[in-house]
Write a protein that binds this ligand. Structure first.
Ligand SMILES: NC(=O)c1ccc[n+]([C@@H]2O[C@H](COP(=O)([O-])OP(=O)(O)OC[C@H]3O[C@@H](n4cnc5c(N)ncnc54)[C@H](O)[C@@H]3O)[C@@H](O)[C@H]2O)c1
Length: 255
């Protein structure tokens, strides 16, 4: 049940990267339910464009500038516009600074940070020309807080369990959001981010109770709760909000 009028996104065209993942699929559904035409682009999609329950699915690797450009051109050619870009594609990574392989740093920064930048860059001309656009990036609490405490991990293994590359990539997403917001503010294009805390998903069902206890609301987030925050920032009504990174983390961290 949405708090907005039915079909308030009618006529809007949205591109969601990482659209087949836990958070990405909740974002696609929320936008589609609000009446937007939604294109879900993900590395995990094989073959040619397909449509399913009103959501189009296309294959995309966000680390390839050529693929990103072709994907955006295709959406604009077929739908005539592109109003909303939600950058959800990302990977998690574990490893402390002392032992982190260079290749792992490159992989995480390439997908989470460069991939998000390439997608933002590719929609700028179209959104400026429309004098309307909503870009929403997915960051993370780990891009703000220097990593979560891990009380369940053996003290001498605490460092090994860090995720410096992931946190740095997401901090990069947050500051990139501020830069792009400033650059595009006079064109009717807003750029914001959502920084989720731990979200319940297939990957996190076995999350230790000890972390859950660190979350003040006492539970993990739901993908639909991240999608609700995205829906607000993607809506025409949020035009005076730009450059914001919105914490959606159950009180785990605030700044
Ligand atoms: N789940 C959480 O607790 C949590 C918390 C904070 C932030 N996040 C962020 O939210 C986003 C989504 O997370 P999720 O939990 O839904 O994970 P997920 O693994 O379910 O979804 C990520 C999606 O990104 C896609 N992807 C990966 N590399 C890609 C590439 N190169 N090109 C295109 N698509 C690619 C994957 O195929 C997958 O469908 C990520 O950016 C993640 O860092 C998640």
């Amino acid at each position: 049940m949405s708090m907005y009028a039915a079909n308030f996104m009618a006529g809007r065209v949205a591109l969601v990267t990482g659209g087949t993942g836990g958070i990405g699929s909740a974002v696609c559904e929320a936008l589609a339910q609000a009446g937007a035409r939604v294109v879900s682009a993900d590395l995990a999609i094989a073959g040619n464009a397909q449509a399913d329950e009103g959501i189009e699915r296309i294959a995309l690797d966000v680390t390839s500038a050529a693929q990103v450009r072709a994907c955006v051109d295709d959406v604009v050619a077929r739908h005539g516009r592109l109003d909303i870009l939600v950058n959800v594609a990302g990977i998690v990574s574990v490893g402390n600074a002392q032992d982190l392989p260079e290749a792992e740093w490159d992989r995480v920064v390439d997908i989470n940070l460069k991939g998000t930048f390439l997608c933002c860059q590719a929609v700028i001309a179209t959104m400026k020309q429309q004098k309307f656009g909503r870009i929403v990036n997915i960051g993370s609490v780990l891009g703000k807080n220097g990593g979560n405490a891990r009380p369940w991990v053996n003290p001498h293994e605490q460092d090994r369990a860090g995720n410096v590359a992931y946190g740095v990539s997401k901090a990069g997403v947050h500051i990139m959001t501020s830069y792009l917001a400033r650059e595009l503010a006079s064109s009717g294009v807003t750029v914001n981010a959502v920084a989720p805390g731990p979200v319940a998903s297939a990957m996190t069902t076995s999350f230790p109770e000890a972390l859950r206890a660190l979350i003040p609301v006492g539970r993990m987030g739901q993908a639909t709760e991240i999608a609700s925050a995205v829906l607000f920032l993607a809506s025409p009504e949020s035009g005076f909000v730009t450059g914001e990174t919105l914490d959606v983390n159950g009180g785990l961290w605030s700044d």
